[in-house]
Design a protein. Structure first.
Length: 603
């Protein structure tokens, strides 16, 4: 059957074997990770338990004594369960609706020969013989095929005196609505009724209420020593559906954590071989907390200090250091580490991390500080090397390639450069959450080596390394802002606000409306202003020189530069400005004694 195949057990397995196989599978099939697989596992467990309690066991037909032993065994079964059916050769009275009791008082039901269900075996079903043909085993004993699951269930219900219209046994995977068959309900799996192993048993709500009340008593100091009570409770909890089971797990986790915290306050320690340790081992065998301590921490909630139950499960399974990421590479970070790293400034990230972990995707964020001051944000959030590389690269590009912007093609390339820079800034502003989590993941790996415990030392390691130094971040950000941002604002902003008459005086009227030409003209005007200011600053060093001729020469150079550069156009300026700057530098060095004046030529 599919249920036994899923659990990895033979069809002859008893109820205890089914429950053990279910507990083993439960450690790798968690409801919060794959609800569909967990629901399928629960259905397989229920159907396997039902089959273990009510399966049809074909008797041996070696002699008549075997039939009597089989019948006696059927009479010796527990009250409330059906005796095993006899398998006599078919007769004309096999389908009698009113079976007669035999001499021992037990009701013997003769089962009609029907086709064996294909779900009972993975072997191919042989073709049916021709009507009237006798089916014989190789030893000559007449063969009676087993009944189908539906027919067997109806016969068991009739023996127990139940309602013939009672619910049918659990459908197979092929017949269950929404799983490849059963079109009667439209194939909606979510609308399928949960199957209970015992139709006459308590309702899930009543069973959950009873178990919940018993958990409250077992989590008291006296209950922690009641190992038998815990084992009974955990065994009965396996009959719950998904929702009630998760709710009961939460109750047990909170109760045990509170009990361990109370014992800690009273100075009691957890002895490895004591009854409390045995209870924790029994609970861990069902829920698998020691193998996934992070899930237990999420159940208990976030607190400043680690939960005693989490520490106890870590001691059972070892510190939960690995794995630190999912199969797809998403970082796995514990609540303690999240709160230690972000503190109160990143409460929104801490709250949203659980949603990101379930979907294994980072939602888009937005940070104005990352958009306006990218180098500052990178340097302050642990990416100082990235901030330094970005600042050096962009500043060098502007200084070498776009200083000055002398042609329209350079202006076009500069606009494309600025658009790329804006796109990078927007990308950084929307990925701040991702960068913060990746930074924390690296710090957690380091903290696992320096401070593996959940204590103040680990909190200090994580919180103290979130932000980089202020001074290096300020220096890198200031250089980037002046050389890249301020220059772009001056050139592009000035070009957009430039008067049309000024542009028309520098370029042909046909190209006066081009943005690239306006940027070219604005770059020319801005560079000419800076050049004249630079010449004045250089010549100011000659003031107060004792030789009057030096001052006269400085005035001549200043006037000549203003007149020539002021009359230059955007086409002629770039070949004129450098000689005047060199003349001013030469005169200033001569006046300050940095270079000796040229000697007069001999006559």
């Amino acid at each position: 059957m599919w249920s036994h195949d899923l659990l990895g057990i033979p069809e002859s397995a008893d109820e205890r074997t089914v429950k053990r196989a279910y507990a083993a599978k439960l450690k790798t099939t968690r409801p919060e990770d794959d609800p569909d697989a967990f629901q399928r596992l629960v259905q397989a467990r229920d159907q396997a338990i039902w089959w273990a309690r009510n399966r049809w066991v074909p008797p041996e037909h070696d002699d008549d004594e075997d039939d009597e032993d089989t019948l006696a065994a059927g009479e010796a079964r527990e009250p409330g369960t059906a005796p095993l059916p006899r398998s006599d050769p078919p007769s004309s009275e096999a389908g009698d609706a009113n079976p007669e009791p035999d001499s021992s008082g037990s009701v013997v039901v003769r089962l009609d020969p029907v086709e064996p269900s294909p779900l009972r075996s993975a072997e191919p079903v042989p073709p049916s013989p021709e009507p009237g043909a006798d089916e014989q085993h190789p030893d000559g004993v007449p063969y009676v095929p087993p009944p189908t699951l539906d027919a067997l269930f109806q016969q068991i219900v009739s023996r127990r005196g139940g309602d013939p219209e009672a619910p049918e046994p659990p459908a197979s995977d092929l017949d269950r609505p929404g799983r490849g068959g059963g079109a009667a309900t439209g194939g909606n799996e979510d609308e399928a009724e949960p199957f209970l192993s015992d139709p006459t048993g308590p309702r899930p709500e009543d069973l959950f209420a009873d178990l919940r009340d018993r958990v409250a008593g077992l989590c008291r100091p006296a209950g922690l020593a009641d190992i038998a009570g815990w084992e009974t409770l955990l065994e009965e909890a396996e009959a719950l559906d998904i929702g009630h089971r998760l709710a009961l797990e939460t109750r047990i986790a909170l109760g045990l954590d509170q009990a361990l915290a109370d014992a800690e306050r009273l100075g009691r320690t957890l002895e490895p071989g004591g009854p409390t340790a045995s209870v924790l081992a029994a609970v861990d065998a069902i829920f698998g907390w020691s193998e996934d301590v992070r899930r237990l921490a999420r159940i208990l909630g976030r607190t400043p200090e680690a939960h005693p139950l989490v520490l106890a499960m870590e001691a059972r399974g070892g510190p939960a250091i690995a794995p630190r990421q999912t199969e797809s590479g998403f970082p796995l970070i514990e609540p303690f580490d999240l709160e230690a790293y972000f503190g109160t400034t990143g409460a929104s990230v801490v709250t949203a991390y659980d949603r990101w972990r379930l979907s294994e995707r980072y939602p888009l964020a937005w940070s104005w500080s990352a958009l306006l001051f990218p180098c500052w944000w990178l340097a302050r959030h642990g990416y100082g090397w990235a901030a330094a590389v970005a600042a050096a690269g962009f500043v060098t590009t502007v200084a070498v390639v776009f200083e000055p912007i002398a042609t329209a093609s350079q202006a076009r390339d500069y606009v494309l450069f600025l658009l790329g820079l804006v796109a990078l800034r927007i990308g950084l502003a929307t990925q701040t959450n991702r960068l913060e989590i990746l930074r924390l993941a690296r710090l957690v790996a380091r903290a696992d080596q320096e401070a593996p415990g959940r204590n103040d030392r680990r909190r200090t390691v994580l919180a103290g390394r979130r932000f980089g130094g202020r001074f290096p971040a300020f220096v890198v950000s200031a250089i980037f802002f002046v050389m890249v941002d301020l220059y772009a604002l001056t050139v592009v902003g000035g070009a957009l606000g430039l008067d049309d008459a000024v542009v028309a005086a520098q370029v042909p009227p046909a190209r006066a409306g081009s943005l690239f030409e306006r940027i070219r003209v604005q770059a020319f005007l801005e560079h000419r202003t800076r050049t004249l200011t630079r010449i004045d600053t250089i010549l100011d060093r000659t003031r107060g020189h004792p030789v009057p001729a030096t001052a006269v020469r400085a005035g001549l150079i200043r006037d000549e530069a203003r007149r020539a550069l002021g009359a230059a156009t955007v086409q002629t300026y770039w070949s004129l400005w450098r000689p005047y700057v060199d003349k001013a530098e030469s005169l200033a060095k001569e006046a300050t004694g940095e270079t000796a004046p040229p000697k007069p030529r001999d006559s």
